[in-house]
Design a protein around this ligand. Structure first.
Ligand code: TLP
Length: 351
């Protein structure tokens, strides 16, 4: 059995989820007649404190629809330079919405209003105007970092004063809520739309939610159809989503504890660099270049010891903790990492 720490997307549906899928009451969701999807959308809207929510197959589709809702062709979308919307969504900003990204690098992935304000552009003879501000919470490639509430509020207030909308890519907003000890609805109250994933740390086999105003979600439904996301008897997927929302937020604390524990142990390994204080949720990003190995070599060597995780560039690797890997699994992963690093550093000295 491999210990799979590549992502929290790899979580398998629980027995309760599989049972709920088998027993789900369904209808045609394109007619709005799937009772389980309707319940999920209502439940998600309540948890997000928004008027309405829409069930979408993926986080990528949720973000794509949100960008389309708030922008016009030929505009810029401000985001952090390591944002998922910019780097991992096949240029959907451009492909579907006709926008370009205006990336800003921010320490820890957390943008501040002051940085954003400097990059906002009006329409001019040379400039494309800003159409939308996008923030990612938690920030995946910055290591699962969490937006402080006052920073979200400041960004949303500043944007509102200028008539701009804010979308939160909250793929892991439940992890942010757990880390802050605040309900999700409080974190997303200041933003216009939020997308969050059921299929990541919350453990559902598929699906994400987009939440916002009733009017925006009515338009979003049409964009979802255009993108091929009208899913008919989708209740079989919504049913595990309801369990994910009801039961799995409470499990995230354990994932965060495992991540912090792993970070503390990794920091002790010669050749590996990580600041455990920066690990706030379930994502660890650490530098293995001190071992003399490339990240692809490092992942190949841990894989041969039964552990999976990958590089995000030539020096840094990412581990994501989740409910399918308990503390014992994390210990086994740590053993493998210790062995690989020790062998590599010993070989480097022998050279
Ligand atoms: N993230 C995946 C990969 O695409 C990198 C992962 O393994 O972490 N926003 C954020 C912040 C995400 O991390 C992801 C997926 C998405 C959006 C997209 O969700 P899906 O995969 O459902 O399209």
């Amino acid at each position: 059995m491999m210990i799979d720490l590549r992502s929290d997307t790899v979580t398998k549906p629980t027995t309760a989820m599989r049972r709920a899928m088998a027993e789900a009451e369904v209808g045609d969701d394109v007619y709005g007649e799937d009772p389980t999807v309707n319940r999920l959308e209502q439940c998600a809207a309540e948890m997000a404190g928004k008027e309405a929510a829409l069930f979408v197959p993926t986080g990528t589709m949720g973000n794509t629809i949100a960008v389309k809702l708030h922008t016009e062709h030929g505009q810029e979308v401000i985001c952090e330079s390591r944002a998922h919307v910019l780097n991992y969504e096949l240029a959907m900003l451009a492909w579907f919405s006709g926008c370009v990204a205006r990336p800003i690098f921010a320490e820890g992935g957390i943008l501040r209003w002051e940085q954003i304000r400097r990059e906002i552009r009006p329409l001019g003879p040379h400039c494309a105007p800003t159409g939308l501000i996008e923030i990612e919470n938690t920030h995946n490639m910055a290591g699962g970092t969490v937006y402080p509430l006052d920073v979200i509020r400041e960004i949303a207030d500043g944007a509102q004063d200028l008539g701009l909308k804010v979308h939160m890519d909250g793929a892991r907003v439940f992890n942010a809520a757990e880390a802050l000890g605040r309900p999700v609805r409080e974190l997303v109250a200041p933003v216009d739309t939020v997308m969050f994933c059921l299929s990541k740390a919350l453990g559902a086999p598929a699906g994400s939610m987009l939440a916002g105003t009733k009017a925006d979600m009515a338009r979003a439904r049409l964009y979802r159809k255009r993108l091929g996301g009208g899913m008919r008897q989708a209740g079989v997927l919504a049913a595990p989503g309801l369990i994910a929302l009801a039961e799995h937020p409470a499990l995230l604390r354990r994932d965060h504890e495992n991540a912090r524990w792993l970070a503390g142990e990794l920091a002790k390994i010669p050749g590996i660099a990580i600041d455990p204080k920066k690990v706030e949720t379930n994502i660890l990003i650490f530098d293995v270049s001190g071992t003399g190995l490339s990240t692809s070599e490092f992942s190949a060597r841990v894989k041969s010891r039964g552990v999976l995780f990958n590089g995000i560039n030539a020096r840094e690797m990412r581990i994501v903790t989740h409910y399918d890997v308990d503390r014992d699994g994390c210990k086994q992963a740590l053993d493998a990492i210790q062995q690989v690093a020790a062998e590599a550093t010993a070989a480097a000295f022998a050279d």
